[in-house]
Design a protein around this ligand. Structure first.
Ligand code: AP5
Length: 216
């Protein structure tokens, strides 16, 4: 099963992705995570991407398309994959389509998580992530038991560099500009499934499971 998770920054793509990959045993391909790891390692890719990410802009299409085209060829993607944060532009969607055709694959579900803008800002500026296991917390909506410490592994929690108020506003603007045509693209193909992301994470996941199916 091949799934695309669409939605604005802070819609809960990462939160739902973690549940989905566990439930359906899929590899999680998050372009944001791949790029952040490259930045942390200061690889050539990371050095190029950092400048765009810190400004809240998109990394150039050709860079991201190359990463995903290679990643979905890997063996763990033979039975399916979950794309989180890709595609983000029409050019990326078209490149994905053509790569999937080459590989004799298709997308089964395009899930578009919709959330009100004021809620997105609150979610992003309050997000904290465990540097050990990657568990996503929120200072208000899903706080850790102990300040800045992960409940699961005891790791230290950190705030993403692009989660400051100014950069969040910029990311939301970029999203609006770049993604409208993408949403229309999947809508025209009859593949777009809108998910109400304003609800509690468990309820959002229930809605998704109702669409994707419950594992036996
Ligand atoms: P990326 O990492 O993909 O970030 P994003 O799309 O901006 O999305 P986020 O990760 O910020 O949010 P999310 O939807 O995953 O929300 P989360 O579950 O964490 O991209 C970062 C950057 O990388 C981009 O700006 C760009 O520069 C670059 N990039 C990445 N992909 C690219 C591409 N394809 N092309 C070009 N550039 C690319 O939840 C957020 C918070 O809300 C958390 O604290 C969580 O606990 C809380 N929360 C989640 N769900 C709920 C809920 N239902 N109710 C209450 N709180 C909730």
């Amino acid at each position: 099963m091949n799934i695309i998770l669409l939605g604005p920054p802070g819609a809960g793509k990462g939160t739902q992705a973690k549940r989905l990959i566990k439930e359906f045993n899929l590899p999680h391909i998050s372009t944001g995570d791949i790029l952040r790891e490259a930045v942390a390692n200061q690889s050539d890719l990371g050095k190029e991407a950092e400048e765009y990410m810190n400004k809240g802009e998109l990394v150039p299409d050709m860079v991201v398309i190359g990463i995903v085209a290679e990643r979905i060829k890997e063996e763990d993607c033979l039975e399916g994959f979950l794309l989180d944060g890709f595609p983000r532009t029409l050019a990326q969607a078209e490149a994905l389509e053509s790569e999937l055709q080459n590989q004799n694959k298709k997308i089964d579900y395009v899930l578009n998580i919709e959330v009100d803008e004021s809620e997105l800002i609150q979610r992003l500026t309050g997000r904290r992530i465990c540097q050990g296991c990657g568990r996503i917390f929120h200072l208000v909506f899903d706080p850790p038991n102990e300040t800045d410490i992960c409940d699961i592994c005891g790791g230290k929690l950190y705030q993403r560099e692009d989660d400051t108020f100014e950069t969040v506003k910029k990311r939301l603007d970029v999203y609006k500009k770049q993604t409208t045509s993408l949403i229309q693209y999947y809508d025209k193909q009859g593949q777009l499934i809108n998910i109400d992301g304003n609800k509690q994470p468990e309820l959002v996941f229930d809605e998704i499971k109702g669409i994707v199916g419950v594992k036996n």
